[in-house]
Each structure stands twice: as C-alpha cells, then as structure tokens.
Design a protein around this ligand. Structure first.
Ligand code: ATP
Length: 118
C-alpha cells in the first residue's frame, strides 16, 4: 500500500502522531511539558535564538519518543507475547535514546531558564 498523493502522506504522518499521543503516557507528558515550557519562554521574553534552541530541544525529545513508540510497535508485531532477547535489546536501546534526549533537554532547560529566574 503506497500513498499516491502528498496529502495522504501528511494525513498518515499526523495519524501516527495522534496514535502515539493516544496510547503513550510519556508522549502526553512530553506534550504537556512542551506547552508549559513555551509559556515560560513567552513569560521570560526569550530571544529568537533562545526560542530556536528550545524548539530544537523539544523536537529532539518528541521525535525520539515517536521513534521509540515505532520500535515498540514493531517489536510487538514481530514477537507478539513471546520473549525475545533481540526484541528486548531493540526496545531498551530505543528507550535509551529517549532517555538521553530527555536528559539533554533538562540540561538545556537549566542553562536557558536558571539565569532568567535569578
Ligand atoms: N517481547 C519482548 N521480549 C523481551 N523483553 C521485552 C519484550 N517486550 C518488552 N520487553 C522488555 O520490557 C520493557 C518494557 O517494554 P514495553 O513494551 O512495556 O515498553 P514501555 O514500558 O511501553 O516503554 P516506554 O516506557 O518507553 O513507553 C522493554 O524495555 C524490554 O526490556
């Protein structure tokens, strides 16, 4: 099954994001955190460059969470309920990528927000 039109591709991509939002608790938390962080950035009157760093950081976290979800679905599709060492590696590595992205986001958040607070 291939998308014939560009609009179909966009529709599928948005459906994927919505599916992750519906099913993944972490994804909902990331979206909530994103809204809060953007409100704080607006409150602290961030510069264009600070906004750019913030947006890249937020995107990095959301994109890794989406890829992690895709890996989880793929492993579940292949393994079903059966234990698989390779499936475990794949899920753990994907979760590791999400953790690193979130960790980086916290550090960047501290660098951007702490000077504004004081
Ligand atoms: N088929 C499997 N075979 C072996 N281990 C698995 C399998 N499925 C899951 N696991 C192990 O259980 C962990 C949790 O898997 P699960 O699919 O529940 O992810 P999750 O809790 O939804 O992750 P996240 O919190 O990132 O959304 C995996 O990281 C992996 O270590």
């Amino acid at each position: 099954m291939k998308n014939r039109h560009l609009t179909d591709s966009f529709r599928c991509a948005f459906r994927g994001i919505f599916q992750a939002f519906k099913t993944e608790r972490n994804f909902k938390l990331h979206v909530l955190a994103t809204i809060m962080v953007i409100l704080f950035a607006w409150y602290f009157d961030f510069t264009k460059w600070e906004y750019m760093i913030l947006i890249i950081t937020i995107m990095m976290v959301i994109i890794t969470e989406l890829l992690n979800t895709a890996v989880e679905y793929t492993v579940d599709l292949v393994c079903g309920n059966k234990y698989s060492q390779l499936g475990k590696y794949a899920k753990d590595i994907a979760a590791g990528a999400t953790l690193l992205a979130a960790f980086g986001a916290v550090i960047i958040g501290c660098i951007l927000f702490i000077p504004k607070i004081y």
